[in-house]
Write a protein that binds this ligand. Structure first.
Ligand code: ADP
Ligand code: GLC
Length: 489
């Protein structure tokens, strides 16, 4: 099967969150399953061309792409995702993508991704490659299925090309004013009231994708159910219900080449589930670097996150003093909304001997925190899949999570299962989105941390779980087949 995989961020070239990890690893697994995959992403200026071995494609040359009545020159570079044969096509348009960040609040944010989507289709035409499926991800690719059907419907190359749309996060929908569809040259009927792209008087890329892709999925089974409710659907629930026969949940996998404590070169001491001594050495090393006092009996709690309300920072805020007074040390990495950054800067200032906060994005430190911490905290209000708790499981860093979305599907609460006589728990979870439930659950974890045998059992249960991409990639192949059937009937 030929798959064009389209995403706004792909690791290791550009990453702001989990989408990049998925886009940098699922295509590799698909190719191992026999798919011919080409990945498409914008060519931003935050990564080095030479460092990543990009090649300019002379045989494609310059492609004129029109957005908002202006013709822009698009060029193409390619590279292979490290340790694979999967080719990435970089859509190069400096005017839109040389802005030192992946997403902007600039007034032409809509135009940036319209150019990207049209650019992808035009590149496919230039190279004469007809994918069986174009796999789009999140709102930045949400108009592509409609553009393909209508604006490029004349091209017989795409006669048998189906579209799949994956929702990684419904909170970001790509909402713009109506002239966005004029800029994209999409027919007027689609932005008039009740049209495919219209939502509450605006244009909505997410809604357009939901109503125009052959098949839709999201990144965990529980989030797929949640999305059908007003509580989680963010206004999209009725459209998803309309498409419920074509809507699936597939849990993300993990690239164990990158996230594996036995091989991870970004942590000072490697370790495995049968020999955890390296983990303790990592903890000692990190704690000493932070200038804290090392005490084996005091748990180190880690957080690595985008600092947005999705991730549960408001309930952390309500009980911050209580959390910081517990017998634990904290290492926190993240950036995002100022109010949350300030909250942790404040905590660091008031508890300099037990709280460390690094504001920013730091890939090395994110690995080090996984390798060194005892507990990983992720109390999300909603979580489509979540990757950090799955990394934590593999690193023996016991996750404390809220029972929602992918967190509910990947973390088994130790006490809940113990009550049933099963010692199969891999972490701690709570259901009510309250500061009270959060504190109680962190306390449960801190309590059990002192019970060495119990703790080691929980760690090993998690480390022995397998969330490699294989099984999920097989499900994607089934999904692609489904989309192809749908397209041809
Ligand atoms: P989301 O995509 O909603 O941010 P995920 O858990 O799926 O959540 O993925 C987050 C990814 O981004 C993980 O790989 C995590 O390690 C990484 N990450 C988040 N914040 C930072 C940061 N400040 N520095 C380094 N990596 C980060
Ligand atoms: C989104 C979600 C996260 C998910 C990631 C990759 O950013 O917030 O839960 O793991 O996409 O699918």
């Amino acid at each position: 099967m030929k798959i064009a995989f389209v995403a706004s961020e792909v690791f290791p070239y550009a990453k702001t969150g989990g989408l990049a990890d998925v886009a940098g690893s699922l295509p590799i697994e698909l190719s191992k399953l026999g798919c011919e995959v080409k990945v498409f992403m914008p060519k931003y200026n935050m990564f080095g061309e030479a460092e990543h071995g990009l090649h300019y494609q002379w045989n494609i040359g310059e492609i004129p792409v029109r957005v908002a009545g202006q013709v822009h020159s698009v060029h193409v570079h390619t590279a292979k995702i490290p340790r694979s044969n999967v080719e990435v096509y970089f859509v190069d348009c400096p005017y839109f993508f040389h802005r030192f960040r992946v997403y902007t609040n600039d007034r032409d944010e809509d135009e940036r991704f319209i150019l990207f989507m049209k650019g992808v289709i035009e590149i496919l035409q230039r190279i004469g490659w007809a994918p069986d499926v174009i796999h789009c991800n999140d709102w930045q690719t949400g108009l592509l299925p409609l553009l393909l059907k209508e604006n490029y419907g004349w091209d017989l190359l795409f006669n048998n090309t189906a579209t799949v749309f994956t929702i990684h996060n419904i909170a970001y929908q790509g909402r713009f004013s109506k002239d966005t569809f004029v800029k994209a040259e999409i027919k007027e009927e689609h932005y008039l009231s009740g049209g495919l792209g219209e939502f509450e008087g605006d244009i909505n890329f997410m809604k357009t994708a939901i109503l125009t892709s052959d098949v839709i999925n999201t990144v965990s089974q529980t989030y797929a159910y949640e999305l059908l409710t007003p509580e989680y659907g963010e206004g999209m629930e009725s459209y998803l219900r309309k498409r419920s026969h074509d809507f699936y949940g597939i849990i993300n996998g993990i690239d164990y080449q990158i996230w594996n404590p036995e091989k991870d070169v970004l942590i000072p001491f490697q370790y495995s589930s049968t020999n955890l001594s390296g983990k303790l050495q990592n903890k000692k090393f990190l704690i000493e670097q932070l200038g804290f006092e090392f005490n084996e009996e005091v748990p180190l709690i880690g957080i690595v996150s985008r600092m947005v309300s999705q991730k549960g920072f408001d309930i952390i805020g309500y009980c911050l003093n209580e959390l910081m007074s517990l017998n634990a040390q904290w290492v926190i990495l993240g950036s995002g909304e100022q109010r949350y950054e300030e909250m942790f800067l404040h905590a660091k200032k008031h508890h300099p001997h037990k709280v460390y906060f690094y504001r920013g994005f730091n890939n090395e430190l994110s690995h080090f925190i996984e390798g060194a911490s005892d507990i990983f905290l992720m109390p999300s209000r909603f979580e489509p899949c979540g990757l950090n708790q799955i990394y934590s499981l593999r690193y023996g860093t016991v996750p404390v999570v809220r029972k929602t979305g992918g967190l509910a599907d990947t973390v088994l609460d130790w006490n809940e299962h113990l009550a049933k006589g099963e010692e199969i728990g891999t972490g701690y979870s709570f259901y009510d989105y309250t500061a009270h439930a959060l504190v109680q659950t962190v306390q449960r974890a801190i309590h059990d941390f002192q019970l060495k045998d119990v703790w080691q059992k929980i760690q090993q249960n998690g480390m022995n779980k397998n969330y490699s991409w294989r099984r999920s990639a097989e499900k994607y192949v089934q999904l692609y087949k489904q989309a192809v059937i749908k397209k041809r009937t």
